[in-house]
Design a protein around this ligand. Structure first.
Ligand code: NAD
Length: 352
């Protein structure tokens, strides 16, 4: 099968590509604009594979998308490209509206035109999988329930509102035009190759430099955490076994308060990389993010029962792997922090 995957130089997309190249015989073309979040150095282990190709294309550029579709003739599309950082969406929402909404619209339209020209057999097996977030459902507050596939949409941030809009467009293209789409809504991911502005890598790297560990508010917000490689496997499972028109919630059954996550990172580092004082002493509480949702929690039961997917990592095992990965890959982190990875735009190993 030929996969066209958008956002493959990002955190989750690169994990999906590494998974597809290592564990299947599928071909993958990675369509990525390479914003600050796109890092070709996360794909070095697949860059020499004859089954992998890269196209530096903005999903808002319909003409370029048409060219990529007619060149690579994909059997399926997996759409991950997005602006993804909530804090950035609060400071500058325009890029979120542009990529997450307008970009998704262009990708849907180009996919639809391409799909209509396929043979009847190929049209029947074509799939458009849109990768979304549990943040579209908004804040559970103190309620005890978890999000299901039928939960009401109530996004709070410009990021989640733009992802919610994209989800609605995808559903409309399924319902109105019959494009065979699938949607996944996943909880917070963590793991190797995560851009250091996100909470878990930020805490690990700050701790290693004995810098403060900034925790929003009192750190009481609750998030469900999923190891990124489990998410990558889940997306491939949804692509293979999911039913067009359906939505699948993906989560790790790992609800944690933010402060608990930070304390667990500190305790792990105390064990495997001890410093002169306990890492917990670096924790600093800072002003809360505006509009910060209190709790998200995903019920992944449908994915378990209908598709047979379940995560292989617990939060404890995944966090141990993640901390160990960052300790072993400080050079990757240093190049991200110094912006050097952005000079390696063509994915040429070692190029500066
Ligand atoms: P990321 O920010 O690490 O990567 C996004 C990628 O998209 C980057 O490589 C970037 O260069 C690319 N991109 C951005 N704008 C583009 C454009 N206009 N055209 C082409 N490429 C563009 O994001 P991520 O954490 O890997 O998330 C991937 C997807 O999964 C997103 O759609 C996100 O909403 C969703 N998601 C993320 C999480 C999470 O915890 N990270 C959880 C659930 C869902």
């Amino acid at each position: 099968m030929r996969y066209l995957l958008t956002g493959g130089a990002g955190f989750i997309g690169s994990s999906v590509i590494r998974h597809l190249i290592a564990n299947t015989s599928h071909h993958v073309v990675n369509v990525d604009k390479l914003t600050y979040a796109g890092n070709m150095e996360s794909l070095l282990e697949v860059s020499n594979s004859s089954r992998y190709a890269f196209e530096r294309v903005d999903i808002c550029d319909a003409e370029e998308l048409e060219r990529v579709f007619s060149t690579y003739k994909p059997d399926v599309v997996m759409h991950l490209a997005a602006e993804s950082h909530v804090d950035r969406s609060i400071d500058s929402p325009a890029a979120f509206v542009e990529t997450n909404i307008i970009g998704t619209y262009h990708l849907l339209e180009v996919s639809r035109r391409y799909w209509l020209k396929l043979s009847a057999a190929k049209r029947g097996t074509f799939r458009f999988l849109h990768v979304s977030t549990d943040e579209v459902f908004g804040d559970l507050g103190q309620a005890r329930e978890r999000f299901t596939e039928t939960s009401r949409y109530a996004p709070s941030s410009p990021y989640s509102a733009s992802k919610a809009s994209a989800d609605h467009l995808v559903r409309a293209w399924q319902r109105t035009y019959g494009l065979p789409t699938l949607i996944t809504n996943c909880s917070n991911n963590y793991g190797p190759y995560h851009y250091p502005e996100k909470m878990i890598p930020l805490m690990i790297l700050n701790a290693l430099e004995c810098k403060p560990l900034p925790v929003y508010g009192q750190g009481l917000q609750v998030r469900d955490w999923l190891y990124v490689e489990d998410h990558a496997r889940a997306l491939c499972t949804v692509m293979e076994k999911g039913k067009p028109g359906e939505t699948y919630n993906i989560g790790g059954n790992n609800e944690k308060r933010n402060i608990q996550v930070v304390e667990e990172i500190c305790d792990l580092l105390d064990l495997i990389h001890p410093a002169s004082r306990p890492y917990r002493s670096l924790i600093e509480y800072v002003d809360d993010r505006p509009g910060h949702d209190y709790r998200y929690a995903i019920d992944p039961g449908k994915c378990h029962s209908e598709l047979g997917w379940s995560p292989s990592e617990t939060f404890e095992s995944g966090l141990r792997k993640t901390v160990a990965w960052y300790l072993d890959n400080l050079e990757w982190c240093r190049r991200v922090q110094e912006g050097k990875y952005q000079r390696n735009r063509l994915g040429i190993s070692g190029a500066e």
